[in-house]
Design a protein around this ligand. Structure first.
Ligand SMILES: Cc1cc2nc3c(=O)[nH]c(=O)nc-3n(C[C@H](O)[C@H](O)[C@H](O)COP(=O)(O)OP(=O)(O)OC[C@H]3O[C@@H](n4cnc5c(N)ncnc54)[C@H](O)[C@@H]3O)c2cc1C
Length: 383
């Protein structure tokens, strides 16, 4: 039977992925008593935040993400300073597309509107600057200088250390089994029962499992994603001077393909498909999953056609989870019936870079502080 813990926390945060870590960091930084609960022992690789690298960029077609990214860069730098850990490597970010592609045009327009430093590259300039790509003549590019790589695992560790140093409490290996809404809200894990003034649910692909007993289900799709690493034919050719990129290659696939320069595995570039196969997070690595190779086939064709300097078969394949909302925008809102239960979900494969501000607004929603951002685009009621 779970023993009851007598302390009343300002907040309990469920899930020590990047969103739960940043939310807890903001609580601790603001001198609030916070308890971060994680079902697995840390570190783990079962959710969406593990691995060595994530892309950071300002290149978005939506104004609201570009505005948030301004502060995200500042908070990432602050966390680097406070933890004494390098978390960001500037590589530049390249958006590839056809000149007339609607999303490509929207990104260019939005970057201009927000005075973000970028350069438009016609197909000739693209060829000169990035000779590793073999692109069709109608491909053009947007070169965004501040883009780069975030060191994901290092970021999680740095934040967890900072949360503890600032007085926050982290309990890993404790799965939340029951939530009793009310004031205070009561949370029971596999070993103990805790109480808090508010609860933040940042449970990634497990979010709907926790919400079901609380009377709501969000329209979330959980996807298993294959993360592929491709060996350079000439050692060093995709390392130091190669950028992060994404692009739509509609002749090959309906979703984006993206890549990061060699980093975590020496001499291997990460190139992956921005989509996956439907899967329950607890069954991510079931044997049946291995037969779904469509995304890997798409990537093999892409690498063969567009990046001929890489071996056309992945050398390493890892797995990760996406939790997609129908419009691929986040859900940052209160539970419709229980105002002191806050939900951060649906990060749709692009939430890492934005987590500093996600954590901040989830903290603001929990403490009923003035909101730093207009959250209309992130409300549950839009579905
Ligand atoms: C392959 C891949 C590439 C990506 N690339 C990028 C990129 O380049 N740039 C970018 O910005 N974003 C990227 N993303 C997206 C980004 O990584 C995710 O949006 C982000 O990590 C989501 O974090 P999260 O905290 O919501 O989820 P998670 O990391 O899944 O964390 C949720 C946590 O909740 C815990 N939990 C769940 N249920 C319970 C419970 N009952 N009790 C206790 N704990 C519980 C889980 O164990 C887990 O640790 C990528 C994602 C993937 C998978």
């Amino acid at each position: 039977m779970a023993t009851t813990h007598s302390e009343l926390y300002d907040a309990i945060v469920i899930g020590a992925g990047i969103q739960g870590c940043f939310t807890s960091y903001h609580f601790a930084k603001n001198k609030r008593k916070v308890l971060l609960l994680e079902q697995f022992f840390l570190p783990h690789s079962r959710g969406s935040s593990h691995g060595q690298s994530r892309i950071i960029r300002r290149a978005y077609p939506e104004d609201f993400y570009i505005k948030m990214m301004e502060e995200c860069y500042q908070i990432w730098a602050q966390v680097e300073k406070e933890s004494g850990t390098k978390l960001y490597r500037q590589t530049g970010f390249l958006v590839l597309g056809r000149k007339e592609n609607a999303e490509f045009c929207a990104v260019q327009e939005a970057l201009s509107k927000h005075s973000v430093e970028y350069k438009y590259l016609d197909s000739k300039e693209l060829k000169t600057c990035f000779s590793n790509f073999r692109l069709p003549p109608d491909q053009v590019g947007i070169w965004e200088l501040s883009g780069g790589v975030l060191y994901a695992d290092k970021a999680l560790k740095a934040l967890q250390d900072l949360i503890r140093q600032l007085g926050g409490v982290i309990h890993d290996g404790e799965k939340v089994a029951e939530i009793k809404p009310g004031y205070p809200v009561t949370v029971t894990t596999t070993t103990r029962t805790y109480q808090a003034k508010s609860l933040v649910i940042t449970a990634g692909p497990w979010t709907n499992q926790l919400l079901l007993p609380l009377g709501i289900q969000l329209p979330l799709q959980t996807l298993r994603v294959n993360v592929c690493y491709w060996k350079e034919k000439v050692p060093g050719s995709f390392g130091e001077n190669f950028p992060c990129f994404y692009g739509s290659f509609s002749d090959l696939a309906p979703h984006h393909i993206y890549g990061l320069p060699a980093g975590e595995y020496p001499g291997m570039m990460k190139v992956a498909y921005h989509h996956g196969n439907k899967a329950d997070p607890d069954e991510r690595d079931c044997p049946s999953a291995s037969s779904e190779v469509t995304d890997v086939q798409i990537l093999c064709s892409f690498v063969r056609e567009y990046l001929p300097g890489l071996q056309p078969q992945p050398a390493i394949m890892e797995r990760c989870m996406y939790t997609n909302s129908p419009d691929e925008n986040f859900i940052l809102d209160r539970h419709p019936k229980h105002a002191n239960i806050i939900i951060g979900a649906g990060f749709s494969g692009h939430g890492f870079k934005l987590s500093p501000v996600v954590g901040k607004v989830l903290y603001e929603l929990s403490t009923e502080s003035t909101l730093s951002y207009d959250l209309t685009a992130f409300q549950i009621s839009r579905f």
